[in-house]
Design a protein around this ligand. Sequence first.
Ligand code: SF4
Ligand code: SF4
Length: 427
Amino acid sequence: MRKRSFFGLSGPRFNYELATAAVGDPVAIPIPETVTLYIKQELKRTSSILKVGTPVKTGQRLVLDEGSEICTISSVTGTICAIAPFLADYGRAWTAVSIKTEGKDTADTEFAGASEPPSLDTLNRYLAACPGEPNIGPLMDERNPVHTIVITGGNSDLLIDTSLYVLKNNADAVNSGIEILRKTTGIEEIVIVVPEESVQNYSGHLDARIQAVSSRYPYAQPLMVLHHLTGRLPDERGMAPMGVCLIRAEAVAAIGQAFSTGRLPVEKTITVIDKNGVKHLARARVGTPVGNLLKTFGVEINDRDKIIFGGPMTGSAIFSEDLPIGPDTDAILVQDKSVIPLYSDYPCINCGDCVRICPANVPVNMLVRFLEAGQYADGADLYDLYACIECGLCSYVCSSRIPIYQYIKLAKYELDRIISAEEMNEQ
Ligand code: SF4
Ligand code: SF4
């Protein structure tokens, strides 16, 4: 439970990118020879449906087993050339499906046949793995009805242009998506949240209430938005009891595009930030190897350079250029080895910088001691773990270079896993 009020920010000040600068139109990345897609399910044995050698079409829904709800959407036409276990962040066990592509697309027609009339089941079955990864689950939870859909139009981190670009340049698709969401859920209250300095780009063009938040980082972070709108943050039970569902702008555009055309979208908009901090926009098939995008923009990777999915505050480092972009990859940031801030095992020196900069007023210096020791439940009970809005500012300013943000994410993940297991045992 949250124990302290929100304060303002102190220390360094950062503003979001507002997609008003001329970054140009996205560069179309050619279809790669092979795409790799993830099914967020463990490969326990040979799939009963997917086999190496199976032909697939663009927009085809791929599942490991008959009747499985967890799927990926093929972003190309080709032949499955590998199926392998994949260890994702925090040790989550997924399945990687690689597809050798053909020169041209053949569209799968299953979604077109199922898209009329639009329904939540159809959204959940076909759209959950589309660009922007629409979060449909909460809309189907009858025990915790949703009363407000919040479309997060702001970018998730500094330097990223993706969300605001999509919102600004795909108003028709976003409006179609909003209409589908209203029709399938019956929810009238749909809010689009954007940084205040970009409001003039959207007012009057979008069929939902526009809510402005500060253009200062991290006011467009999803959890900060949630606090701004409701005065609350999710606790250990997650967002379900709050009655609010957050969806990214690109996901709403994907929903609109899918139901307008009868085809599932398979391309992702991405901001690529090179070693000099220069930004490029790209459009690429989901599953395209990161190296293909970097090559297009002339970014050379050398030993000990760092490739990050996401932005400088909250992104996650990846270990290979061969890894694919996912439906939720908004940005690829490359750092030269000479500028990478290295994390350390130095102890906290109690300088207090993390506490001063924290927008949620979390006693970070105390919390981090518990998280470093793996005492996650105590960190939550005593030092406001769930008040953290996951902005990464504390890690940025930490004199001892402690990866505080990563500790916080891991702690929330582990607590969530424990609580889910307890709930399963009680059933
Ligand atoms: S990431 Fe750090 S600075 Fe940001 S809200 Fe959480 S504890 Fe505070
Ligand atoms: S910024 Fe780092 S060193 Fe300073 S109090 Fe916070 S955790 Fe400790």
